[in-house]
Design a protein around this ligand. Sequence first.
Ligand code: FES
Length: 343
Amino acid sequence: MSFQVALNFEDGITRFIECRPDETVAEASYKARINIPLDCRDGACGTCKSLCESGRYDGGDYIEEALTDDEAASGFCLPCQMTPHSDLVLRIPSSSAAAKTAAATHTATLAAIRRHSATTVEFTLDVDDRNGLDFLPGQYVNIAVPGTGQARSYSFSSGPAQLQVSFLVRIVEGGAMSGYLTERAQVGDRVEFTGPMGSFYLRELARPVLLLAGGTGLAPLLSMLERMAQEPVAPPVHLLYGVTSDQDLVHLDTLEDYAEVIPSFTFDHCVADASSSARNKGFVTGLFDASTLYNGDVDVYLCGPPPMVEAVRGHITSLGVTPASFHYEKFTPAAVRQTVEAA
Ligand code: FES
């Protein structure tokens, strides 16, 4: 028996390793040829100190100089000493290059193309080595756009346990992936991608959750919902989904399905276009207040274009509420991602 440990590096690259309950994370990393920062290997120097964001473990033996009680209480840990009691997610204080590793490359076959509307297309891949692809819900990959020599970043809209992987694409004029999907893509095309990457992923469900999506920023939140649907009990989860026009609205039926499967899940949506037939016209900032944020006892996940992300951040600040955790990801039409996290 072994547990899965996700090692997230400072450059956003994530590698997954197997770790038995009787071996330390450092030993398992070494076996996987990943050189996480180590010095004494004895719980004395603190060089390996990392942040455990999810999972249970035995912290092992160490001295106060390496890890204080306050740090341990805040989730910091020593991979040279810790042994897992469950799957873990660790933030490693080095780049993937320093750890002599890199993003994994995967090959796949285009299995389906679903044109939701003129503005939004979804595609699905059969990954050659699906068992060799692990990711955290919310993460993204860099996909080589066939025939272009260019790559674009897209978040998984599918869950980590689903066999096929899917992505949502906003169609933009002149876009590399847009051109491929609307003009040339054929089921059966070969596709290559690298990853997973990014620190925008679902943490442990410790309190109510507010999910905020702008446009195709819905994709990583769908992946998170798919994961939550596997949990026996989920805390209250509310999703607010904002788009520019009616044709941008996708997967409302999927959200209805999740509301059936996850009893604590509710959602609402709004459309900025004043001529929309949607019940709520305007922006997601009009759909939440301090009570929606449980006056701070909430984990917030926000993904959308930069103006939407900035508007939401400003709105939360104006409400005078500081969420327990706040994770957000901005994307641009070229899908260059900037993930920032505020505690
Ligand atoms: Fe020194 Fe872990 S390597 S405390």
